[in-house]
Design a protein around this ligand. Structure first.
Ligand code: DOR
Ligand code: ZN
Length: 349
């Protein structure tokens, strides 16, 4: 049996939702990760310091007894965001980052930002205080092809914004293109990029070839194979700019399996096994720790976790449920379309 012991991983982008869904999914993130950046796109969104504190309490209450999982809270940036409230929350350690959703880009993004220039004054305050901005990088212009929305966002929004507010620390969330990877690599400082597990595994054929498969639909949508290869190269390179953000985003099956299904892939249960498989395939198991446990904390100026965990490769494929039950209904688990032989075994102290 092959084993790999690494520092406990963190997830730098996850959706835990609220209510019955939160109760069902929180423990799966807490089982595998020491910390996670919690997305604020609830209905209504988490926009104020008080909202974040209240949401954090609900997350803590949903964790299994004795869990030492740490949720790292975020605020949802709107054109009405109060910079003093935001900076106060950051300085008190109540939030770790702020999330930019272009209005209309994805699930519950209606309250997001319509014109980026309207939030430049808040971004200036964030840059001064050192608050990182996590960015959903897609334009929402209906005339732009959905497969091009990330690349166009970099040119039209991200790069001008970073030039207008130098010093702002930015995370390109869930990059899905070679364009995104190349942009991150061209920047010397103040820029990180998360990559999801599923974008390392699927390309757009998974969604569309041989029938439409809604459980592989997420945003940004998976692109063609050359982009997946660029993401694999970036994630397995060990480069400090790239780190894991699973974007595990549960939706109940009826909301995925319908004429206008929701975007989101639920992967928190088998992410670590999938990643070990991918890194082994790329001959890069020795760089898995950088991607899941070291580069993220370094970007966020946090210590890496001291606890170690061991990944084990078993002879037999490991069993993961095809779906989990939640108080709201069933949620399908990400199927990587290969048998997963790896799992996260034990904490080594
Ligand atoms: O696939 C996605 N699901 N992408 C997002 O940006 C949002 C997320 C969600 O909240 O469901
Ligand atoms: Zn997300």
């Amino acid at each position: 049996m092959t084993t790999l012991t690494i520092r406990k991983p963190d997830d730098w982008h996850v959706h835990l939702r609220d209510g019955a869904m939160l109760q069902a999914v929180a423990r799966h993130t807490a089982d595998h990760f020491a910390r996670a950046i919690i997305m604020p796109n609830l209905v209504p969104p988490v926009v104020t310091r008080a909202d974040a504190a209240a949401y954090r309490k609900r997350i803590m209450a949903a964790l299994p007894a004795g869990s030492d999982f740490q949720p790292l809270m975020t605020l949802y940036l709107t054109e009405e965001t109060d910079a003093a409230d935001l900076v106060g929350a950051f300085e008190a350690g109540e939030i770790t980052a702020v999330k930019l959703y272009p209005a209309g880009a994805t699930t519950n993004s209606q309250s997001g930002v319509r014109n980026i220039e309207n939030v430049y004054p808040v971004l200036e305050r964030m840059a001064k205080a050192g608050v990182p901005l996590c960015v959903h990088g897609e334009v929402t212009d209906a005339s732009i092809d959905i497969f091009d929305r990330e690349a166009v966002f970099i040119d039209r929004v991200l790069d001008p914004m970073r030039r207008a507010v130098p010093g702002l620390r930015v995370v390109m969330e869930h990059v899905t293109t070679k364009d995104g990877v190349d942009y991150a690599l061209s920047q010397a400082e103040n820029l990180g990029a998360t990559i999801t597990t599923h974008h390392l595994i699927i390309n757009r054929n998974a969604i569309l070839a041989g029938g439409i498969r809604p459980h592989y639909y997420c945003l940004p949508v998976a692109k063609r194979e050359l982009h997946r290869q660029a993401l694999r190269k970036a994630a397995t390179s060990g480069d400090r700019r790239f780190f894991l953000g699973t974007d595990s985003a549960p939706h109940i099956d009826p909301l995925k399996e319908c004429a206008c299904g929701c975007a989101g892939i639920f992967s928190s249960i088998n992410t670590m096994g999938c990643l070990a498989h991918v890194f082994e395939e790329e001959g890069a198991l020795d760089r898995l720790e950088a991607f899941v446990s070291l580069n993220g904390p370094a970007f966020y100026s946090l210590p890496a976790n001291e606890v170690r965990v061991t990944l084990k490769k078993h002879e037999e494929p490991q069993k993961f449920p095809a779906r989990i039950d939640t108080g709201e209904g069933a949620v399908t688990v990400f199927d990587p379309m290969f048998p997963i032989h790896w799992n996260l075994a034990s904490e080594a102290g």
